[in-house]
Structures are given as structure tokens and as C-alpha cells.
Design a protein around this ligand. Structure first.
Ligand code: ATP
Ligand code: MG
Length: 380
């Protein structure tokens, strides 16, 4: 099997791999870039695995004229900027000690050791700079069959690092086969190790859950998460009824985890997922809008196009209806509209608090008219 792609042909990428090889080392692409190239999905970042130590990588890359940033020397990673492009170069590793959250690692020169500490077989694929795939654990057939399977014993791998429970559902959402369903052994292993989830920080849980909800269709994976008892711990009080309908209504609208989270809900979402104030506000606005009677144009005026769009889709999903006709045009009309009555229209007759009050009434009437009433009609 051979892979290719513009990312691989990049002169900096080729130059870096060639420099490591010339120095007598192995330099192999690994993880997402190989996995995604095999299935024709876009490649986000380039990870390279090597038998050279971080110090050697640094020397070799600097001698070749590249800039090196020591991003994670302790766990074996340096970032090499070659012709303007970042590459995460990590020395082959094996786990020495794990506690479910952090691993103590030792450097290795054995690719098989490096592959065995990775989470899923499809993530343990390597390729050299010519694109020749190296597959120490038979991840390729799993990837092509869209099977997300743990490397080795699923339960043992989860106990090493409980974040893998959440990664299992995330990778299934992106790379799994919804027809075949989620891997039984993996699902059972997640269900049997729920207690470990408590060891994870809200920050890591939040980061994983955001990525999961950003999948083209996260609904089947999130339902599996609920079936395994994971969702009740990650997001108690959440409700999945409207998730699949939402994804269906979105059609070609780009995914947004905030919109999906708004229909799922849950108790103390902000603290459980470590949402920023801005993220939390957005989600509250969408949830309030679901329960309101505001028209698409009114929502566009009040909250802007993005939130209004999320709210209309979410509301339709929650109530099991189709969104109003021409709602996208109406949202845009609202987002661009300016209320035809301003304070100066009411002065000097009204001042201070009574002016504010009257303006609010007028805006409410204008919104209720779907932004149709004119200045004269509103002043009458
Ligand atoms: P993407 O970046 O598109 O989300 P990726 O596969 O590159 O996908 P990363 O989280 O960037 O995912 O990790 C890179 C690689 O490191 C993975 O493919 C996997 O081999 C390994 N890896 C990452 N996190 C873990 C983990 N918790 N346990 C075991 N291996 C992991
Ligand atoms: Mg990656």
C-alpha cells in the first residue's frame, strides 16, 4: 500500500525526513496523517516517529537549517519547522508506568513497541517519506473496514489511560461504520471501567467531547456512549432525543459542537466541559431561543446569523418539525436590519427611564411584526 498527498510532497517535510534518514535514522509519518491519507480524508497535522532521540532530532534538524521548538522533550516530542510547516517529531516510545492519566515513557528504537502503546489499530499506521505504508499491527484492514479497535486488550489499554474511553467514541464517530456499529469488545471494556472517568480533568473531557460533537454525524457514537453508561457520567441530565433529527436537518450546514450541545443539554454543562464564558453564553442563547417564539428574522437581529441559525435548526429538531420556509434568508435579513425607531425619534417628549421603556416596547412590537412594521407604523 502506498499513500501520497500534497502534505507529504512538501519540500520541508521531505527535507526533514531525508535529513533524519541520511543520519542513519528512521523517519516515519504516523497516526492521523497516514490514517487520513489512506481513506482520502484531509490531513490536519503531520506527526513523525523516529528512532532518533529528541537531542539527535534537534541536532540533525538544526544542521539541516530548520528551526526546532522543544515542545515536549520529556515525552519525546520536538516540533520542527521546515519551510514554514510544523512537524511534531516524536521518538519511538514504550510505556514504563501508567496510572490512568499520565504515562512515564522510555525511548525505544523498536517500531513494534511504539505501535503497541498507541490506542487504536488504525492509529498505529506508519509510512515512509515515499508513502510506503508500514503496518506493524494490521491496522490497515481495520481502517478499510472502518473498525475502530483497541490495540491489544481493550480493558488493559483503558486502564492505562481512561481518556481512551472518550477517544473510542470520538474515533468511531469519524472513522467507524455506523451500519456495522461500534466494536463490541471496546464498548464492553468502556462499560466495565466507568469509574476511571472520574480521574480525567474537565478540560480533557471537554476537549474530547467538543471534537466528538464536531463529527459529521456524532449521533450513533453518542448513543453508544449512553448505552455504555459513559454519557451519564460525562454529562448527567443530557437528552439525546433531538440529536439525530438535528444532524438530519443540518444537511449541508457545517457541524458545530455548540449547536449539538445545545440540543443535548445536561446539568452544569459549563463546568463539566470547562466551557469558556463565551461558549457557555452562546449555548444558553440557543437554548433560550428554542423555547421562545421569536421568528428567524428576530433571532438574526438579536443574536446575529450564527446563533440564529443554530437556534432555528435546534428548535426544529427539538419539536420534530421542519424549519420555516426561507428561514436562512430571514435570518440574514434580521442580522442586517436596523430598528427603524431610535431614541431621537422619541425625544424630547420622552426622557430617561420612560424613554428606555418606550424604546423597548417599540422594539418588541417591531420584532413581533417580523421586522416588518415601518417607522411611522411603530410611532403611531
Ligand atoms: P487527529 O489529530 O486528526 O485528531 P490523530 O490520530 O493525529 O487524529 P492525535 O490525538 O493527534 O490524533 O494523536 C496522534 C497519535 O498519537 C494517534 O494517532 C495515536 O497513535 C497516538 N495517541 C494519541 N493519544 C493517545 C492516547 N491517549 N493513547 C494512545 N495513543 C494515543
Ligand atoms: Mg494529530
Amino acid at each position: 500500500m502506498k499513500i501520497g498527498g500534497a502534505w507529504m510532497a512538501h519540500p520541508g517535510t521531505q527535507g526533514l525526513c531525508a535529513a533524519l534518514e541520511t543520519a542513519g535514522h528512521r523517519a516515519l509519518f504516523v497516526g492521523g496523517c497516514v490514517r487520513n491519507s489512506v481513506i482520502g480524508a484531509p490531513v490536519a497535522d503531520v506527526d513523525i516517529a523516529t528512532d532518533a532521540t529528541p537531542q539527535n532530532v534537534t541536532n540533525i534538524a538544526e544542521t539541516a537549517g530548520f528551526r526546532v521548538i522543544p515542545t515536549g522533550i520529556d515525552h519525546g516530542t520536538v516540533t520542527v519547522i521546515a519551510d514554514g510547516r510544523p512537524h511534531e517529531v516524536t521518538t519511538f516510545r514504550r510505556d514504563v508506568q501508567t496510572d490512568g492519566r499520565h504515562a512515564v515513557v522510555a525511548f525505544s528504537t523498536d517500531i513494534a513497541e511504539d505501535a503497541s502503546r498507541r490506542d487504536f489499530t488504525m492509529n498505529a499506521l506508519y509510512a515512509d517519506r515515499l508513502g510506503r505504508v508500514v503496518d506493524p499491527l494490521s491496522g490497515l484492514p481495520d481502517l478499510l473496514a472502518r473498525r475502530v479497535r483497541f490495540v491489544g486488550d481493550a480493558e488493559a489499554r483503558i486502564r492505562e489511560d481512561y481518556l481512551r474511553i472518550l477517544r473510542f467514541f470520538r474515533f468511531h464517530a469519524y472513522y467507524g461504520d455506523p451500519e456495522q456499529g461500534i466494536d463490541d469488545e471496546g464498548l464492553a471494556a468502556c462499560a466495565a471501567n466507568l469509574a476511571g472517568l472520574g480521574a480525567l480533568s474537565a478540560e480533557r473531557v471537554g476537549a474530547e467531547f467538543r471534537k466528538l460533537l464536531n463529527a459529521p454525524d456524532p449521533a450513533p457514537a453518542v448513543w453508544s456512549m449512553a448505552a455504555a453508561g459513559v454519557l451519564a457520567l460525562v454529562l448527567p441530565g443530557s437528552d439525546l432525543q433531538a440529536l439525530a433529527p438535528l444532524v438530519h436537518l443540518e444537511a449541508s450546514t457545517p457541524p458545530r459542537w455548540q449547536r449539538r450541545l445545545a440540543v443535548i443539554g445536561g446539568d452544569q454543562v459549563a463546568s463539566r466541559l470547562r466551557l469558556s464564558r463565551a461558549e457557555s453564553n452562546e449555548i444558553s442563547l440557543v437554548r433560550d431561543a428554542i423555547a421562545s417564539a421569536l421568528t428567524p428574522a428576530a433571532l438574526g437581529f438579536l443574536h446575529g446569523e450564527q446563533i440564529a441559525q443554530d437556534a432555528i435548526l435546534a428548535r426544529a429538531a427539538v419539536f420534530g418539525v421542519t424549519p420555516p420556509e426561507n428561514w436562512r434568508t430571514d435570518v440574514r435579513r434580521g442580522a442586517e436590519a436596523i430598528c427603524p425607531v431610535t431614541a431621537s425619534d422619541l425625544m424630547p417628549g420622552l426622557q430617561g427611564p420612560s424613554l428606555g421603556l418606550r424604546l423597548k416596547e417599540i422594539e418588541a412590537a417591531w420584532l413581533a411584526s417580523d421586522l416588518m412594521l415601518s417607522r411611522d407604523e411603530l410611532l403611531a
